[in-house]
Design a protein around this ligand. Structure first.
Ligand code: GUN
Length: 296
């Protein structure tokens, strides 16, 4: 048996097209253009690539992109001051501060300064609490993208055993909350879990978000399971730099019912969900009905 490869690139393109359609309708009917502000502090090369990509895709769906690139020595006070100005700006519906921030800046303080209604990353403590209590929140983009792909492939997730490997605030914990919200039986496992292999073998849905290249082999995958690989790891193999996930793709593909590849799986969904969140935030800010299927 060979599993089905879930095409995140195609799914993300479809989602962006849907967002673009809603943006056009918002402009036409209400004269509103959603605006997303992205703040980058310093010159981290990976962050620069992400920010460029976010800006490009924001414009492609018809939104306004506000980019704020600050040098690495920017003070925490100056960054907080910028957040205050973005919070007060009616043209800005979503704010994203690219992480990681330089070590002299307290990232929690900065994130919690963002107006929760504009927190399109879903990292503000209010949104974390709303999600954890099953209330309407802004939902972190990567787990939201995973949930959309799971629902699209499986339909109802109710009653399924879901194992999330990884306990980060950005992916593992919110992913577990979302799966619980869809009535899965959820286990959060991590590098210290006693028998990780056996835990994974019980998963109808296996989400890998640990950041360790190819850590999960195919014989940890329950036959027919749906495997979502969130890992993006750069490794050297055969003298070349390659991107691999947290799952050993070839062996897992043989066991799984369906699996996301790396690259081309979850990755493209993250920015598409950021745009979906920005649209959702815009509708909420203006008291307009939210488009269906774009949030949890
Ligand atoms: N750095 C890596 N991933 C993310 C993300 O999802 N949001 C932000 N703000 N920074 C990141």
């Amino acid at each position: 048996m060979t599993g089905h490869v879930l095409d995140g690139k195609a799914f993300a393109a479809k989602l962006r097209a849907q967002v673009a359609q809603h943006v056009a309708a918002l402009k036409e009917a209400h004269g509103i253009t959603p605006g997303l502000a992205v703040v980058l502090v310093g010159e981290d090369p990976a962050s620069q690539v992400y920010v460029r990509s976010k800006g490009k895709q924001t414009i492609e769906v018809g939104m306004t992109s506000f980019e704020h690139k600050l040098d690495a020595e920017t003070s925490q006070a100056a960054l907080l001051d910028l957040i205050d100005r973005l919070n007060a700006d009616p043209e800005v519906h979503g704010i994203l501060v690219q992480l990681p921030l330089p070590s002299h800046i307290n990232a929690d303080l900065v994130i919690n300064r963002i107006n929760p209604a504009k927190d399109v990353d879903g990292f503000h403590i209010s949104n974390v609490g709303l999600l954890g209590t099953g209330q309407k929140a802004m939902v972190p983009c990567t787990p939201l993208g995973c949930l959309m792909m799971l629902r699209d492939h499986l339909g109802s997730l109710s009653g399924l055993n879901a194992v999330v490997v990884g306990r980060s605030n950005i992916v593992g914990k919110p992913m577990a909350q979302l799966l619980l919200g869809d009535s899965c039986t959820v286990t959060i496992a991590h590098s210290r879990t006693r028998d990780l292999a056996e835990t994974c073998r019980h998963a109808d849905i296996l989400v890998a978000a640990v950041g360790r290249p190819e850590m999960i082999p195919g014989d940890w995958v329950k036959p027919g399971a749906t495997v979502i690989d969130v890992g993006i790891n750069r490794i050297e193999r055969d003298g070349k730099t390659r991107l691999v996930g947290d799952v050993h793709f070839e062996s897992a593909l043989a066991a799984a019912g369906a699996i996301t590849p790396v690259p081309g799986g979850v990755g493209p969904m993250t920015i598409a969900c950021l745009l979906a969140n920005t649209l959702t935030a815009t509708c909420r800010a203006h008291g307009l009905p939210e488009p269906e299927g774009l949030t949890a």
